[in-house]
Design a protein around this ligand. Structure first.
Ligand code: ATP
Ligand code: MG
Length: 648
């Protein structure tokens, strides 16, 4: 039985949703989806209110998902204009720059309106029309939000490429979506170092149509090259643009953006999201999952280059009229107290980050946290991967001081918003559990081979979703067949998440990691995350990644890549010690067969370990590493190949 952490009665009484309300709303969301989601649509201002709510077909070959199909709205209007009457002078965006010595900016809703309208007019003047694609290759600066909203205002489709990506990755995305424009900045400081975004863009554009224009934000003022006729000074044009640009009426099903998945499991997919359904879902999950209240200061530390940044830095918060914080820097610069300094400085109420950041900060010791005043915090969130209980407990004790419910939100680029999470005022949380489905979400646990639904509790299997929710992706850009094949072919009639999950005796959900990461050792199926979690609980281990490899006797053997803590020396003794450790923590069946010391692990730019590459190395199959363009540091891979553990 795991520990449970119920919210305090004070918290419950102030929360939007308590346990009884959750049960009642959840039941209605399933029994009367049309009524439920028609009500939720009232969160938005529509130019024509939708009368048709849900219209979906999941028959393979004809997958078609529509929500609010006759509704007409403008997303930027909903995120800006409609708030002006009551909160023109309220801060919409707090910008906290990389360097803590530089002043923070507070951008009001009135200023946001001005900037977005001017940028929208610039886009129009550059010939951008409804349905055209605009690639945004910007760091975490307010202009990134302006650019998103400017696109939304005129009905252009944006596709953000994370500013840490290489010229190649940028070029691939510009070409895949056929963008007319790329918006970038001169250079981008991050953690005290600068990325030359404009010169990366120059390099990328060598591989793109010469019709693509480049709009450049002057951010640091650093010198850049300039190609007359192609490059455009965005700041200059904005200053001279008209300050009003009417919001274009868009159909609810018109695409709002394309976002490429992080590529942990294969070639990135251009996930397409809608305008109406997406915004309803982003707005609702933002308010309910974080128990956001009027006047709160909300901070999601993700990058706008990830879906988390789309839904929970920009669209969700602004649709709710919130104050959202954009942070340009990294958690460890100038030192490991930065996150907590920023929370203290801006009196952050809701704080949302990733397990990888929590683990990194936890490794630096408690002093960085305990020295800061975190009394403003009310709710904490995590997203991105399963959080190991050790990190959860640290987050709960040291950051939340036992006072703040932790919402472990499970979702994907494809889902637009949270699909599972405890609600802070409704559920007693469990360290590492995503707990409960969000409203309208019908999770099913499938037996991996037969695809049959497993109703028994407790159980474990493949996580799929029956039916639809408004934030669901609509297609893969330019490849509807890939959309159907990736998500609807394996288990007919269901959306296949690619993740595995466990349901405990209470009916609560635990994400066990990607299904590909389940290994079968002598007939025992286990999630590699479990072995990793045991390994990182050892004091000498900083990080671990576990994959299966073909084993003549066991079917699959357990191959562990381990990064040791700073001062620890690798040795054969230590390998023995770790094997014994895992045997006692989990059992003999989980005992590592091969251990490789890994000074670094191959990670995506979003900080996720790319296990598919580690699997290939473990299988001795170096020729087929697949798409490595989204790796943060490709040299890590060469090192791992060179020092591959001997199968012996
Ligand atoms: P690709 O689909 O290209 O391989 P990706 O799946 O890493 O990339 P994202 O959409 O950013 O791209 O990540 C979604 C995945 O992250 C989920 O499928 C799941 O594996 C993991 N994940 C997200 N949140 C959680 C969570 N709270 N608990 C466990 N896993 C999570
Ligand atoms: Mg994925």
């Amino acid at each position: 039985m795991s520990d449970t952490y119920p919210p305090s009665s004070d918290f419950v009484s102030g929360a939007h949703v308590d346990a009884a309300r959750y049960d009642e709303m959840y039941a209605r969301s399933l029994s009367d989806p049309d009524g439920f989601w028609a009500d939720q649509a009232q969160r938005l201002d529509w130019m024509a209110r939708p009368t048709k709510i849900k219209n979906t077909c999941f028959e393979f070959g004809k997958v078609d998902i529509k929500w609010y199909e006759d509704g007409v709205l403008n997303v930027a209007y909903n995120c800006i204009d409609r708030h002006l009457k009551t909160r023109a002078n309220q801060t919409a965006i707090i910008f906290e720059p990389d360097n803590p010595e530089d002043p923070a900016q507070h951008i009001t809703y009135a200023e946001l309106y001005d900037k977005v309208n001017r940028m929208a007019n610039v886009l129009l003047s550059q010939g951008v029309m409804r349905g055209d694609r605009v690639v945004i290759y910007l760091p975490m600066i307010p202009e990134a939000a302006y650019a998103m909203l400017a696109c939304a205002r005129i009905g252009a489709i944006h596709s953000i490429v994370f500013a840490g990506f290489s010229p190649d990755a940028l070029a691939n995305r510009i070409n895949d979506c056929g963008a007319k424009i790329v918006i970038t900045a001169d250079t981008a400081p991050r953690g005290g170092r600068k990325t030359a975004l404009k010169s990366n863009t120059d390099a990328a554009l060598l591989h793109c149509s010469d019709k693509v224009r480049c709009l450049v934000v002057k951010h640091t003022g650093d010198q850049t090259s300039w190609i007359q006729g192609r490059d455009v000074d965005l700041n200059y044009l904005m200053e001279h643009a008209a300050p009003d640009c009417p919001p274009r009426p868009m159909n609810a099903e018109d695409p709002l953006f394309i976002l490429y998945t992080s590529g942990s499991t294969g070639k990135p997919k251009g996930v397409v999201h809608s305008s109406g359904g997406y915004l309803v879902y982003a707005a609702m999950t933002m308010e309910i999952s974080f128990d956001y209240h009027e006047g709160d200061v909300y901070w999601c530390t993700a990058d706008v280059g990830w879906v988390t940044g789309h839904s929970y830095i920009v669209y969700g918060p602004l649709a709710n009229g919130a104050t959202t914080l954009m942070f340009e820097g990294v958690p460890t610069y100038p030192d490991a107290s930065r996150f907590w300094q920023v929370c203290e400085k801006h009196k952050v109420n809701q704080f949302y980050t990733a397990p990888t950041a929590i683990r990194a900060l936890m490794g630096q010791g408690d002093d960085f946290v305990t020295g800061c005043d975190l009394s403003s915090l009310k709710v904490l969130g995590t997203v991105g991967e399963p959080i190991n209980p050790e990190a959860w407990n640290w987050y709960n004790d040291k950051v939340g001081q036992g006072r703040c419910p932790i919402v472990d939100t499970w979702w994907q680029t494809e889902t637009g918003g949270h699909l599972m999470t405890p609600l802070p005022g409704a559920h007693a949380t469990k360290p590492g559990a995503a707990m409960k489905p969000f409203f309208g979400v019908k999770p099913v646990v499938l037996e991996p081979t037969s695809g049959e639904i497993i109703e028994d509790r407790p159980t474990e299997g493949v996580l799929a979703i029956a039916d639809s929710w408004p934030g669901q992706m609509r297609t893969v850009w330019g490849d509807h067949e890939r959309f159907e094949q990736t998500y609807f072919q394996q288990y007919k009639g269901y959306y296949f998440s690619g993740d595995g999950c466990r349901v405990d005796a209470d009916g609560d959900y635990w994400i066990t990691g990607r299904v590909d990461d389940v290994i079968n050792v002598s007939g025992h199926r286990m999630g590699t995350a479990e072995v990793e979690s045991a390994l990182v609980a050892h004091a000498k281990v900083a990080e671990a990644a576990v994959v299966g490899y073909p084993h003549p006797v066991k079917g699959q053997g357990i191959y562990c890549y381990i990064t040791l803590m700073n001062e620890v020396e690798p040795s054969e003794e230590l390998k023995k010690e770790l094997r014994t450790w895992v045997r006692t923590e989990i059992g003999p069946i989980a005992s590592p067969d091969l251990i490789q010391w890994a000074p670094g692990l191959p990670k995506t730019r979003s900080g996720k370990i790319m296990r598919r590459i580690l699997r290939k190395i473990a299988e001795n199959d170096f020729g087929a590493l697949g798409d490595t363009s989204t790796l943060a540091d490709p040299s890590v891979v060469d090192d791992l190949i060179e020092n591959r553990a001997n199968k012996g």
